[in-house]
Write a protein that binds this ligand. Structure first.
Ligand SMILES: [Zn+2]
Length: 330
């Protein structure tokens, strides 16, 4: 969970829960086994990582949060902190096995590098097989001095009662719909038409949108490859792009302009569709540069009253013309 920056860990609907945690942190009486519960999409992992960050910090702030600048914070942010041990399924969606738990427990008993103590991160805790869970019990009951074990689960009821009873349970609440709407809007997420129930799990909403965006971009890539091969009608391609969120499409378009140019230098990113790279080489650098200028002008109208459908169409019609020209005289 180190890919999220520290500010993104502070979710407004966690404020109340955090104030209790911060009091515990300040008084140095945070339980050694912490079970983070709550429905999917409410930010359990962010809350848990915020706690871990605070536990590993040498000079927490007034709100109890990690400072972000001490040696411990820097190593944590760089994902090189020596005192964090993770226990997760070896294959996503599979069970955590008993020999993994043995290795994990062994690591937690080693002397920590820093005086802040070791952290064990178990995610998701409901993936522990029964024998794995049993093998964890002793460590959970008598953890090494200064060690904290953080367990995360969407389905606390699926955990062995003996695991649950050895942990302090922190239930991360669902978001207040209005707070969630404000937070999502600040993240460039248009939440205007979203129903209040879905707003209670804002991170699930965002994950779904990101997955949708991946699918959309794959479709646009396919369209671009077909346009470059003269196998698509620019107006049909424009129709699909027109319906999408403008910012997402413009970002994609800029990125692909750049990729096309790189492809003519044989420096395209390895992830670029081979058919697009071939198309770029057939088109040639000069035509791609000319099209890129047109794209920049078009993109600048995204926030204006310009007829967006015509703008999007012009982008693909122009590209088709260059492709036709390149086919006539390569
Ligand atoms: Zn710090």
């Amino acid at each position: 969970m180190s890919e999220v920056d520290d500010n993104a860990l502070r979710l407004p609907w966690h404020d109340n829960l955090w104030s209790h945690m911060a009091a515990g942190l300040a008084a140095d009486r945070v339980a050694h086994g912490l079970l983070m519960a709550g429905t999917p999409g409410v930010g359990k992992r962010r809350f848990a990582w915020r706690v871990v960050s605070a536990l590993l910090c040498r000079q927490p702030t007034a709100t109890g949060d990690a400072c972000g600048t001490c040696a411990g914070c820097r190593q944590r942010a760089a994902a090189t902190h020596p005192d964090i041990s993770r226990l997760t399924p070896e294959d996503s969606g599979k069970a955590i096995k008993v020999d993994q738990v043995r290795r994990f427990s062994h690591t937690l008993h080693l002397t920590p590098q820093y005086s802040t103590g070791r952290i064990g991160w178990i995610d998701p805790a409901d993936a522990l097989s029964i024998s794995a869970a049993n093998s964890l019990l002793k460590t959970l009951e008598e953890p090494p001095a200064g060690c904290h074990i953080v367990l995360i689960s969407d389905r606390v009821s699926a955990l062995l009662p003996t695991i649950r009873s050895r942990c302090q349970i922190w239930t991360v609440p669902a978001a207040d719909p209005e707070a969630a709407r404000r937070w999502l809007t600040a993240q460039d997420f248009d939440a205007s038409g979203v129903d209040p129930d879905s707003l209670r799990a804002p991170l699930a909403l965002r994950a779904r949108r990101d997955a949708d965006a991946v699918n959309l971009m794959a479709q646009w890539d396919k369209d671009l490859a077909r346009l470059l091969a003269r196998r698509a009608n620019p107006l049909n391609v424009a129709e699909r792009a027109y319906e999408a969120e403008r910012r997402l499409w413009v970002d994609w378009l800029y990125r692909r302009c750049n990729d096309l140019l790189l492809a003519t230098l044989d420096a395209a990113p390895a992830t670029l569709d081979g058919a697009i790279a071939d198309g770029a080489r057939r088109l040639g650098r000069r035509r791609i540069e000319a099209w890129s200028r047109h794209v920049s002008n078009a993109a600048r109208t995204a926030g204006t009253n310009a007829d967006w459908r015509l703008v999007v169409e012009s982008v693909f019609i122009e590209l088709s013309q260059y492709v036709a020209e390149a086919t006539r005289k390569p």
